[in-house]
Design a protein around this ligand. Structure first.
Ligand code: FAD
Length: 283
């Protein structure tokens, strides 16, 4: 299908992009276009203007900044997962990102686009929330940091305002106590259930846990009941099973042609159990 009639602008700076979004509330950013182009073709999005971020420099870098990795919003999925810096400092991103679609899509789609899109089945939203990261956004009003916990409001809904450009993703580096697991019908498909886990451990006992489930429930979300089942315990098979059972019991699972509510609950219980055991073993 053809795109609806619209204006196309490719600003050279983020400031110019912000001014364009400020001047026209129906303008929309296009990054890799891997989610937006199908929406335009199906008339599910009909912006007046497409503001292409592809020519704004400096949004495609991956840098170490103290205890964080700062990833430019226009960095493609493929560049994230093949980056030696990411592999060394944040291996969870490599495990998660290689589940995103196929190489053609990973080579155009961007980390900023995926997070701004806010798909509850997206690997980057889940990774951001699991790692306790933030996004930096800019508008004519200035810059602000949005913590992941305040970002994802519901399916395809984020707290990024329509005049704001997501410029960078900030992620605390982590090489221990992490795990990511996903169940999909075929390699490259969107997952039916995604699980991310980060555990802080002291002499085998879990002192803090972040456990996030995506795709299986309406919003990518932390599962506090499962976290509570592990904190204060030794991370062993019994604690992992309890966490899986708590996650399955506490979430409102979705049901569709790809899997029933019960099936997703079963998947999540198994993935959580596996992820907790793996995270506990990564010291
Ligand atoms: P675009 O499509 O250009 O934009 C998406 C939305 O984000 C738009 O609303 C746009 O206005 C907004 N936006 C983009 N960048 C910014 C920014 N910097 N600041 C503010 N707003 C912005 N994704 C997965 O996570 N897992 C999968 O398994 C998966 N499978 C896929 C399979 C297929 C066949 C296709 C076509 C896509 C798949 N995707 C999957 C989606 C893919 O990851 C997209 O790349 C991603 O969702 C959006 O990134 P993008 O750069 O393409 O953004």
């Amino acid at each position: 299908m053809k795109l609806p009639p619209l204006r196309y602008v490719a600003p050279r700076t983020v400031e110019e992009a912000c001014a364009l979004l400020d001047a026209d509330e129906d303008a929309k950013i296009i990054a890799g276009g891997q989610s937006l182009m199908p929406l335009l073709a199906m008339r599910l999005a009909m912006p007046s203007t497409l503001v292409d971020l592809g020519r704004a420099p400096d949004l495609g870098r991956i840098e170490e900044a103290g205890e964080y990795l700062r990833i430019g919003a226009m960095t493609t999925h493929e560049r994230v997962i093949t980056s030696p810096l990411v592999r060394d400092r944040l291996p969870l991103l490599v495990d998660a990102g290689r589940n995103i679609a196929h190489v053609q899509i990973r080579s155009r789609g961007t980390i900023g686009g995926s997070i701004a899109h806010g798909d509850n089945a997206g690997e980057w939203p889940l990774a951001l929330l699991t790692l306790g990261g933030s996004v930096e956004v800019q508008s004519v009003r200035g810059r602000r940091l949005i913590p992941a916990e305040e970002l994802f409001l519901g399916p395809y809904m984020t707290s990024i305002q329509s005049d704001e450009v997501l410029t960078h993703v900030w992620l605390p580096t982590r090489t221990s106590g992490w795990s990511f697991h996903e169940a999909a019908r075929r390699a490259g498909d969107y997952g039916l259930a995604l699980v991310g886990v980060c555990l802080d451990l002291a002499a085998g006992t879990c002192t803090a846990a972040t456990l996030v489930v995506g795709a299986a429930a309406g919003t990518v979300q932390r599962v506090t009941a499962a976290e509570d089942a592990i904190v204060g315990s030794e991370v062993d098979a019994r604690a992992a099973r309890s966490a899986g059972e708590a996650a399955a019991a506490s979430l409102s699972f979705i049901s569709d042609i790809h899997g029933t509510r019960e099936y997703r609950a079963h998947l999540v219980a198994g993935l959580v159990e596996r992820a907790v055991v793996e995270a506990g073993g990564r010291r």
